[in-house]
Ligand binder design. Structure first.
Ligand SMILES: [Zn+2]
Length: 137
């Protein structure tokens, strides 16, 4: 625990998630009390379902199905201006967790639609971090 902020842990789950991504691992939180699995949220140590504190890390296989998607037409950053419009989405992982917003890569000839099978690939972001993208096959 953080001495200045007792409710704020020293370890940010999002930092652990990104360390896993650099190793090519997609990490999820798993609750020891109710069994729920969840996408990590910055500074959220407790289970999203029961608020239990007995959570641990689980290495996910990185496959799932596309739950929903949108296309971004706004140039939010010069490093990706040549990619607009680009798709983002939310993925239901095979382990039962739903991701937060993730980038989507669509292979030529593939159709982007809810229910499409996807798989995670790890790529370096413009800021030097490694993030998972999901490839729609
Ligand atoms: Zn729980």
């Amino acid at each position: 625990m953080n001495a200045e902020h007792p409710e704020r842990p020293d370890e940010d789950p999002w930092d652990v998630f990104q360390e896993g991504a650099r190793r090519g691992e997609l990490l999820l939180r798993e609750c020891g009390d109710c069994g729920a699995r969840s996408w990590p949220v910055p500074w959220m140590q407790r289970c999203h379902r029961c608020l239990g504190a007995d959570t641990r890390w689980l290495v996910a296989g990185g496959t799932g199905t596309l739950y929903t998607f949108a296309r971004i037409h706004q140039d939010y950053h010069p490093s990706i201006a040549d990619r607009t419009p680009y798709p983002i989405g939310i993925v239901d992982l095979a382990e039962g967790a739903r991701t937060g917003r993730v980038g989507l890569l669509v292979e030529p000839g593939a159709t982007l639609r809810a229910g499409s099978p996807v798989a995670a690939e790890f790529r370096e972001a413009p800021d030097g971090s490694t993030i998972p993208w999901f490839v729609v096959r």
